[in-house]
Design a protein around this ligand. Structure first.
Ligand SMILES: Nc1ncnc2c1ncn2[C@@H]1O[C@H](COP(=O)(O)OP(=O)(O)OP(=O)(O)O)[C@@H](O)[C@H]1O
Ligand SMILES: [Mg+2]
Length: 265
């Protein structure tokens, strides 16, 4: 299954959730690929540290370098297709031919990822532009992390639904599904967290993960030290919740194999 981590709002936890969920899934024995489709390269620098990879999505998009040459193993049990900051410079050119550009990531990754990996996670930049349309064109489903602390966090969900509908309607990816919203940065001592969780469950009862991610300093510290929360402090509340999230996702995927209607649009 290929999952895109999408929210046009910045700083909601797309990257830390991509990385830590990927690591937790790998710890559960799944073969996991993370594609860093954000030219900010946060996931790349988190998982690869100071290493400068020769082949990134930039080479893939400009020189047609095949995916098997762009995959790097990491110490976290997850493989990564890295990005490079220079990729941001080709975005304007790619808009010249959207039909080709929207399909770039799909043509590059979809077949290979489906064949070689149980789960592929695509980390996306904070937009609904080209890179995210590419990711939505390639993915089976979308996970939308939202921030519990912000009263604006639910506002963007409707526009993400609209984007999914338009991707389906233009037939780029008719099968694309909204999997789940993931409520991040939860602090149960605050009423705002409780209100957001209640509201999102009320609005999207079938499309909200039971597991929520707390605001947890280990998640922040791990990011600063370029490691996963699971490695930095396996017993932290952040690590426990990412493991629970991995289990919830695995159960969802297993259920859907038996009952395809469970994951609905
Ligand atoms: N649950 C959490 N607890 C503590 N810190 C968190 C948590 N989730 C995210 N953060 C911190 O918030 C910041 C934003 O997180 P992250 O980079 O994952 O967001 P993003 O959605 O990927 O941002 P962007 O839109 O810029 O790509 C980071 O500094 C991260 O360490
Ligand atoms: Mg990010």
């Amino acid at each position: 299954m290929i999952i895109a981590m999408v929210n046009n709002k910045g700083g909601v936890g797309k990257t830390v959730s991509s990385v830590n969920l990927a690591a937790a899934l790998a710890n559960r024995g799944k073969k996991v690929l993370l594609i860093d489709n954000d030219p900010q390269c946060n996931a790349t620098s988190l998982l690869l540290g100071d290493m400068t990879p020769d082949n990134t999505l930039y080479e893939a998009y400009t020189e047609n370098t095949p995916i098997n040459k762009c995959i790097y193993p990491t110490q976290f049990g997850v493989d990564i297709v890295p990005n490079a900051q220079i990729t941001s410079q080709i975005e304007a050119d790619l808009y010249q031919d959207t039909a080709r550009s929207y399909a770039l990531l799909k043509n590059f990754a979809r077949e290979y990822a489906a064949e070689h990996y149980d789960i592929t996670i695509i980390d996306c930049p904070p937009s609904l532009g080209l890179w995210v349309i590419q990711a939505m064109s390639c993915a089976d489903g979308i996970i939308v992390p939202i921030e519990a602390g912000s009263r604006f966090s639910l506002d963007g969900l409707a526009s993400i639904y609209t984007s999914i509908e338009s991707i389906r309607a233009t037939k780029i990816n008719k099968e694309l599904r909204f999997l789940k919203t993931l409520v991040n940065k939860v602090d149960m001592r605050t009423s705002s967290s409780k209100v957001i969780i209640e509201k999102v469950r009320e609005l999207y009862p079938d499309n909200t993960f039971e597991t929520t991610i707390p605001t947890n300093d280990s998640i922040k510290q791990a990011e600063l030290q370029r490691t996963t929360c699971l490695k930095y402090d396996p017993q932290s509340s952040g690590s426990k919740r990412y493991r629970a999230l991995a289990d919830e996702l695995i159960a969802l995927i297993d259920d859907e194999k038996q009952q395809p209607s469970l994951i609905n649009g």
